[in-house]
Write a new protein. Structure first.
Length: 219
């Protein structure tokens, strides 16, 4: 992804500053934003960045049409946008999986089949949207079409990143792990469904219900 994308929040902040001074050529900056977006699209931009830009400019169009914000609020809006652009640009996208081990490992889904709300949450953390638990060569994961937890082999995790917790499973943990099979999972509820095992991981237990935030916690 090209670093030209970092010009967008800078242009937005300049627009806010110039609007305080009553400068009339702000339209030029709007056209400049369009040029930057086109160049970034041509040179390469990730799906999360496209999603962020789509949401932000949709927000701008709607609020400019129906809501009158003060310049202070507009400045805060530009700064938040800049922070999000910088985060999505700088965060690691190609995290390598840990090697197989005899400890409990957690797999995070990085494929393209995901609920929209889950993908929206990834803008504030890592770019993963689902979770599974791995012990030895066995995986407990949610099958998307049925919403039922199924037992799979490790080699089925082609679109997943596997992170090691370095915690060896005891009998209680293995029992909770095996009992997951066949459980029905609600929409976007994979974290909640895996909690009977994840909550036994001591200081590695999840402190939130977002797979992306949990991955950040483990890393």
């Amino acid at each position: 992804m090209t670093s030209l994308i970092l010009l967008l929040p800078l242009i937005g902040i300049i627009e806010v500053i110039l609007s305080w001074q009553g400068v009339q050529w702000l339209e030029i900056l709007v056209y400049l934003e369009m040029v930057v977006i086109c160049l970034c699209g041509y040179l390469g931009m990730t799906r999360p960045m496209w999603l962020l830009l789509t949401l932000f400019y949709t927000w701008v169009i709607v609020t400019d049409r129906f809501i009158a914000f003060s310049m202070q609020v507009a400045a805060i809006e530009a700064v938040i946008f800049g922070m999000l652009v910088y985060w999505v640009y700088k965060r690691p996208e190609n995290i390598h999986s840990d090697t197989p081990s005899d400890t409990v490992q957690v797999a995070f889904y990085k494929g393209l089949k995901y609920p929209f709300i889950a993908k929206l949450c990834t803008l504030f953390s890592y770019n993963v949207t689902g979770i599974a638990v791995v012990i030895n060569d066995t995986v407990m994961m949610v099958r998307g079409k049925t919403g039922i937890i199924e037992k799979r082999a490790r080699n089925s995790l082609n679109s997943w990143v596997i992170i090691d917790t370095y915690i060896k499973p005891d009998y209680k943990m293995i029992g909770a792990f095996l009992e997951l099979e066949g459980d029905k999972v609600g929409y976007g509820g994979c974290m909640k469904a895996m909690k009977p095992v994840l909550n036994l991981l001591g200081d590695k237990r999840p402190l939130c219900l977002s797979p992306a935030a949990y991955m950040e916690q483990l890393l």
